[in-house]
Design a protein. Sequence first.
Length: 335
Amino acid sequence: MSEIGKLSSIGKVLRKPETGSFLGMVAVFCFFAIFGQTNFLSAAGAASWLNVASTLGIVALPVALLMIAGELDISIGAVLPAGSMVFAILCGHFGFSVWIGFAGALTLGLAVGLINGFLVLKTSVPSLIVTLGTLFAVAGMTLTLSVALTGTTSVAVTPPDFVKLILGEYVNGMFQVTIFWWIGISAAYAFLLHYSPIGNWILALGGDKISARNAGIPTDKITIFLFVASSVSASFVGVSQAILFNSAQVSSGSSFIFNSIISVVVGGVLLTGGYGSVVGVVMGTITFAIVNQGIYFTAFDANLASLIIGVLMLFAVLMNNTFRRMALSYSSRKK
């Protein structure tokens, strides 16, 4: 292979958003495999971080697409417990069918997504501020209505066995069934972003919104669709957790805000938009979950988990920027 051909191949690899996240995932896995030893490498060890990755990943994927499109949604931290409470109140407190509860939770997610998208488009206020407002609004509404309707902030629910089997069961007593949902949803988003015209539109939207609109791309529809996908996904995870634990809590989703953003950034998505991949986000989610759970398999202080995650995020941003600069350098040398 000629030198130009080698440079071209290296440049293509470095330009992939998932390159840095793959190296980070391998490094983190090897670290905990060494210090966590056989317990970390056991089936139970794998289940511990895969279960975390699956629920987090379902939320992180639409958040990633929003970030690629140049937007951000932090209202998921309130939509997730709100969806969980809507399901539990309708089914556990009032005794409605699980399908009514499920439809009610997803309808809530749909409504919040539409509100977020509409406000971002019509007010031109940054999505961070808009979704911060809906975060507090939804959280306050959930708390108020929960206490008014049930007199408590925690509601028990006992779904039928077939519903638990689909949405809230442990396979072989260890692996949550949401892992399979995560795999299927990841495949759907991968097709959407990388193999459909909508994916190019999302990337163009994050690169330059005005140019994308001038090119005839339906930027408004895409923006609203992505906000709806984010909120509905959060509500879906809330329902699955209510089914898994047979109860719902008013305050149970705040950690998903930062954890999903960390996973997305570690997965190679730029905060400025226009760059990222589904595979990278999946790897970033796995990396976060390994760090989050792997620390408990070692002799290290568990309180170091937050420190490691913070350092990991900073390192991921620096590494992704380095890879992009190297890719541009290789492209220049090729020319």
